[in-house]
Design a binder for this molecule. Structure first.
Ligand SMILES: [Cu+2]
Length: 132
């Protein structure tokens, strides 16, 4: 009987230690999740406040993908991603350096036309600026 009781106590003790360890980890995971949930909300606010002559790089895409401006307009690109992006004109009219998070690049469109752009690092990122 006595050996049985000691045996049971030895089983219960590691089990409760494991529960303590798991709940400590859960607390940490919850904090991390809260941080992740708050961050995209801030990014969304920035996107809503976009100026008509502004294009962002977000989630590995240009947004908007089609932008229409009048001749003489300076267009601003802003990278909201944690990964660097570039702005390259297909026709070779302009090419930015690598833009880190929150970096911007500007180009003034003097002549009407259709200007296709892509990211030199991720060529599947594409957009069009139509100058009227
Ligand atoms: Cu890119």
């Amino acid at each position: 009987m006595l050996t049985n009781r000691i045996g049971r106590a030895l089983v219960i003790l590691p089990a409760s230690l494991a529960i303590l360890a798991v709940s400590a980890e859960l607390g940490f995971a919850q904090t991390t999740m809260q941080m992740q949930m708050q961050m995209p909300m801030k990014v969304q606010k920035q996107t809503v406040a976009l100026a008509p002559n502004e294009m962002v790089m977000k989630n590995f895409a240009f947004a908007p993908t089609d932008l229409a401006v009048k001749a003489g307009t300076t267009v601003t690109w802003k990278n909201l991603d944690g990964e660097p992006h570039t702005v390259v004109n297909e026709a070779g009219l302009f090419r930015s350096g690598a833009l880190d998070q929150n970096d911007t690049f500007q180009f003034k469109f003097d002549k009407p036309g259709v200007y296709k752009i892509f990211c030199g690092i991720h060529p599947n990122m594409r957009a069009t600026i139509t100058v009227q």
